[in-house]
Design a protein around this ligand. Structure first.
Ligand code: HEC
Length: 149
């Protein structure tokens, strides 16, 4: 009868080892999550996300040019906002997205034709259109975008 049961100390050891082992696994994944900087998106960065980062840098450069009294020079292939692949393709395929994207392109066109005197207010229109789309569809980066004002 006692042959089918492990003696108590062995059972305790087994429990101890299994706890130790699962604890080891847990702490291993936990420390991995702490030491690695998490990717902004687990599937890698989408074409649209990369374009957005370039748009952010471009806007920052324009802000600086305006500060220095220069005529800002928008310098990206902005039309890509209509076709770039997004992390969530449904979002970029929505009518809301298209309306905001087209109005953003309008503000860019106006900026491209602006002289130095008009530039500041047209630049602000452009940042407003970033904010408009982001408030509607993608609120995450709005704190960052606010810094462009
Ligand atoms: C038509 C809607 C729309 C407009 C206009 C727009 N965005 Fe975005 N933005 C998005 C969407 C959707 C994403 C998510 C992209 C993805 O993950 O594929 C995004 C992502 C971002 C990100 C995060 C990128 C990353 O690192 O993952 C930043 C920063 C950003 N936008 C800044 C801006 C700025 C600055 C402007 C204006 C110059 C702007 N956006 C205009 C829709 C828009």
């Amino acid at each position: 009868m006692s042959k089918t049961h492990f003696p108590l100390p062995v059972r305790q050891l087994a429990v101890f080892l299994s706890l130790l082992f699962s604890g080891y696994l847990l702490s291993c994944t936990a420390s991995e999550a702490q030491s690695d900087t998490p990717p902004l998106n687990p599937n890698g960065d989408s074409e649209l996300a990369l374009l957005m980062r370039a748009m952010f840098d471009d806007a920052q450069a324009m802000k600086q040019q305006i500060k220095e009294g220069k005529t800002p020079r928008p310098s990206l292939d902005y039309e890509k906002i209509l076709t770039a692949e997004a992390t969530e393709p449904d979002k970029a395929a929505s009518d809301t997205y298209k309306v905001h994207a087209l109005s953003y392109l309008q503000t860019i066109k106006a900026l491209q034709q602006a002289d130095a005197a008009q530039a500041a207010s047209l630049y602000e229109n452009m940042v407003n259109s970033c904010m408009g789309c982001h408030k509607a569809l993608c609120p995450g980066p709005t704190m960052r975008i606010k810094k462009l004002y």
